[in-house]
Design a protein around this ligand. Structure first.
Ligand code: SAJ
Length: 436
């Protein structure tokens, strides 16, 4: 490999660590930095603490090759990449404290001629107001001495390595020179192409991409609520509507989870509250889905102080990530009603309420189903796709809320269950079976 520049990657999370490993794999001598000493100790011992098998493979290989090293301190390099979290606070205002702290710790190592790239999802103008400002504070001119850029990641958790390597990227320079240099850098280790724009344009593009998805999901959830009232099956209608060549209605469900889509629209709402009215409404519609399902369940006979089994804690299927999951909102709504709950997830074992879960998935599911007043299916894990009515036979009250359309509602109704499916009228039990 001929990539002779050295890199410092600050923030070794689910994007920073695989990115650093892929840069190392492309021949760059890469210095990884993180404030988490336990993580650094794992990496120094050659171990990758993330769970995606492909990520583990590239990270362990990069560590073993010596091209990727890890420390809690920044170090001098030709190119610096900042990949730290940018959450929102309790008031939904952006919390840039980690970007600021990372830049304060990194800026003293930056020299004239270097490039500094921010990858963290950020409000418009963060590259100018935080990154460039920190460089000015150490005596550098961010428009002339250093190339300063914004280049958001676009990875879909579960396919991290392939998406870093193959997705097209947008790179925004504070100057045209910086943009062109960042384009050449990303194209040196990624297959996707990089489009050059301004730093503010790239920041806005990232927020627009995730907000587009949030608003479209909110619209799908509104269509589902209309279908439930109108006595129509929303899935059939979405199927026919999507035959139109310019229509792509998204999938309704329990709301929107993950660390990006429920967060990023707030960066626009916070800065442009009037213009972003639709975005705030959409956020509230999506976060209101758990309450909506609870109200439907009450109408179908969910008792007060109900005990509810929750199948799925991850924010989407077949991953172990429960950050900002609709299940967390559902739990707080159940608590407001004085109810109790038991969660099951084949991947997110930290959210199991029960100690000592059995190893076998059917036995595990029984813990979250038997003697419950209702069972809510909240995550589209493959493991929940083929559940049979017999598994639910020991429920106290045969009420199932399927927020993901995982079950054959007809079959469950025939077996004596009341089934509430997203986007479809409630199906009452058609005959009650004794001792199913
Ligand atoms: N969801 C629906 N209906 C849909 C699609 C998704 O209810 O039609 C729900 C999912 O179940 C999940 C949530 O939305 O709870 C978000 O999941 P997701 O699969 O849409 O996306 P993430 O958060 O895993 O990843 C997104 C991606 N962005 C876009 O698709 C525009 C990814 O490319 C970004 O890199 C990532 O956010 C990020 O880091 O910003």
């Amino acid at each position: 490999m001929t990539n002779t520049e050295t890199l410092t990657v600050v923030g070794l999370g689910y994007v920073g660590l695989p990115s650093a490993a892929l840069m190392a794999q492309a021949g760059y001598q890469t210095h990884g930095v993180d404030v988490n000493a336990a993580l650094i100790a794992d990496l120094q011992a050659g171990q990758c603490p993330l769970s995606e098998p492909e990520v583990v493979e590239v990270v362990t290989k990069a560590l073993a090759s010596g091209r990727l090293t890890a420390q809690t301190m920044a170090a001098e390099a030709d190119i610096f990449i900042i990949c730290v979290p940018t959450p929102v606070g309790p008031d939904n205002a952006p919390d840039l404290s980690m970007v600021k702290a990372a830049m304060q710790a990194t800026a003293p190592f930056v020299r004239a001629g270097n490039m500094v790239i921010l990858e963290s999802t950020s409000p418009i103008n963060t590259t100018r107001d935080v990154i460039a400002k920190s460089l000015e504070d150490v005596g550098l001119d961010p428009l002339n001495d250093v190339d300063v850029c914004y280049c958001p990641e676009r990875v879909f958790p579960g396919r991290t390595v392939q998406e870093i390597l193959h997705n097209d990227r947008v790179v925004g320079g504070l100057t045209p020179r910086a943009g062109l240099r960042a384009k050449a850098f990303y194209e040196s280790f990624c297959e996707g192409s990089a489009s050059v724009t301004t730093a503010a344009g790239a920041e806005f593009s990232k927020l627009m991409e995730n907000t587009y998805r949030d608003v479209n999901i909110a619209m799908a959830n509104v269509f589902a609520r209309i279908a439930e009232e109108a006595g129509v099956d929303v899935n059939e209608v979405i199927g026919t509507a999507n035959l139109h060549p310019r229509v792509n209605v998204h999938t309704p469900g329990p709301g929107v989870g993950g660390h990006c889509i429920p967060v990023d629209p707030w960066f626009l709402i916070d800065a442009f509250p009037e213009a972003a009215e639709l975005l705030e409404l959409s956020r509230n519609i999506n976060d209101g889905q758990p309450r909506h399902f609870l109200e439907r369940a009450k109408q179908a006979g969910l008792p007060a102080n109900a005990k509810i089994g929750l199948l799925g804690a991850a924010y989407r299927g077949n991953i172990d990530d429960a950050r900002d999951s609709p299940t967390a909102i559902m739990i707080s709504e159940i608590a407001k009603d004085g109810g109790s709950w038991m969660t099951h997830d084949p991947f997110v074992t930290s959210m199991h309420i029960h100690d000592g879960y059995p190893a076998n998935i059917t036995d595990q599911l029984s813990v979250a189903i038997d003697r419950m007043d209702a069972v809510f299916i909240l995550t589209d894990h493959d493991a929940y796709a083929s559940l049979e009515p017999e598994l639910f036979s020991k429920m106290r009250n045969k009420l199932i809320v399927d927020t993901r359309r995982m079950l054959d509602a007809e079959r469950f109704a025939e077996a004596g269950f009341t089934v509430i499916s997203v986007g479809s009228p409630t199906r009452e039990k058609t005959n009650l079976l004794e001792n199913v």
